[in-house]
Design a binder for this molecule. Structure first.
Ligand SMILES: [Zn+2]
Length: 377
């Protein structure tokens, strides 16, 4: 048996993958571009970054949602800061697409994805992450839609004045949607934007499912029954999202999907925390060295999450939302955006029918886009 990382890709898997629509619904490349001076034009090693344009082209992805992630501290920086940050992402994403007219195209609909497949380009969507980005203004939400946003992730690890977060910084771990929160859901429905429930508290998720007229997405969340982490979804939540026609896109982060890694990362962070203070750079280097010693999550664990969601929610309700470039440790064999053919192979190896593999790779998300994002502009 080859190790996960060297999984052999059969001709059948290669053909299936080449013809399939492949969609990943969450990637943080643009944060690296904005904050680290990361050059997306240059091919990087996976340890430097999970994504760049050369590897996006190699990946065979049909569509990638790039996150416009507004970090929690922006909420404290005064009026305008969070919304301006979201707009900076929108500008950066459009600039990235404009720089590669032959390889990338900006997308807002399912039709754009099909056209990208036919043209051999990668459709780039923008998803806004962190509801504080709209600063309690439906006008701001409408502006983000005009800039091309396909979804709003209602919270990040911080909740906001109208929705609670599963991690609960800001003490919103157990809060649901407020009246204004329900108005946000109504406006997302009206605008033809996806409601993204990744990161939200269980109470907020339940309120969203009661309020939303349209099916929802969990753009980057895995299964809590396999790994008990607040960022993952319980079986009951998986079923509830599926019952309304939604799709759960599996997050690849080893910390979320494997308890062993979560515990090892928690311990490494606690150890660095307890050491005599050094500079931030020294502490970060010490942490990096400790994380490197953690044996990687096998690819099979990631496939277990896909398989679990397919069993519990149904094969029509599971997709892929890697969270690449927003995560520190990835499974073996899924170290960067070129990993998706190995996922197709691993599913075939588990006896998945070709059609079911296509559903996981992208057909389910494409259906959701058809249902919610509306017709071509
Ligand atoms: Zn996230």
């Amino acid at each position: 048996m080859p190790a996960d990382g060297e999984l052999e890709i059969t001709d059948r898997a290669r053909r299936l993958y080449r013809d399939a629509i492949v969609i990943d619904t969450h990637n943080d490349l643009v944060t690296k571009v904005l904050d680290e001076g990361y050059d997306p034009a240059v091919r990087h090693a996976p340890v430097q970054g999970h994504t760049d344009v050369p590897r996006l082209i190699d990946s065979g992805l049909t569509a990638q949602v790039l996150a416009a992630w507004v970090d929690a501290p922006y909420a404290q920086r005064g009026p305008g800061a969070s919304f301006a940050r979201a707009l900076a992402y929108a500008d950066a994403i459009h600039a990235l697409v404009d720089a590669y007219p032959a390889a990338l195209c900006f997308a807002t609909t399912a039709a754009n994805v099909r056209r990208a497949k036919a043209a051999g380009t990668v459709a780039i969507f923008m998803g806004v992450e962190g509801g504080h980005a709209i600063e309690d203004s439906l006008d701001n939400l409408r502006e983000l839609k005009r800039r091309g946003a396909c979804y709003l992730t209602l919270t990040w690890n911080n909740g906001n004045t109208w929705a609670g977060s599963s991690i609960g910084s800001g003490d919103t771990r157990t809060t649901g949607l407020t009246r204004f929160g329900r108005q946000v859901i109504g406006e997302l429905n009206r605008l033809g934007m996806l409601v993204d429930v990744s990161h939200t508290s269980s109470e907020t998720l339940a309120d969203v499912l009661a309020a939303s007229q349209a099916p929802v997405i969990a753009s980057h969340s895995s299964a809590r029954a396999l790994a008990d982490h607040p960022r993952n979804l319980s079986d009951e939540e998986l079923r509830a999202i599926a019952a309304r026609g939604g799709v759960i896109c599996v997050n690849f982060y080893s910390r979320f999907i494997e308890v062993r890694v979560r515990e090892a990362m928690d311990a490494a962070e606690a150890r660095v925390e307890a050491e005599p203070a050094g500079t931030a750079a020294q502490r970060s280097a010490r942490l990096e060295a400790l994380l490197e010693r953690i044996p990687p999550t096998p690819l099979s664990v990631l496939i277990d999450h896909i398989d679990h969601i397919a069993r519990v929610a149904g094969i029509d309700h599971v997709g892929l939302g890697s969270d690449f470039d927003g995560i520190r440790l990835t499974p073996a064999g899924a170290a960067d955006v070129t990993a998706y053919p190995r996922i197709a192979q691993a599913l075939l190896d588990r006896g998945y029918a070709d059609d079911d593999v296509r559903k996981v790779l992208g057909a389910n998300v494409l259906r959701l886009m058809d249902d919610v994002l509306g017709a071509d502009a």
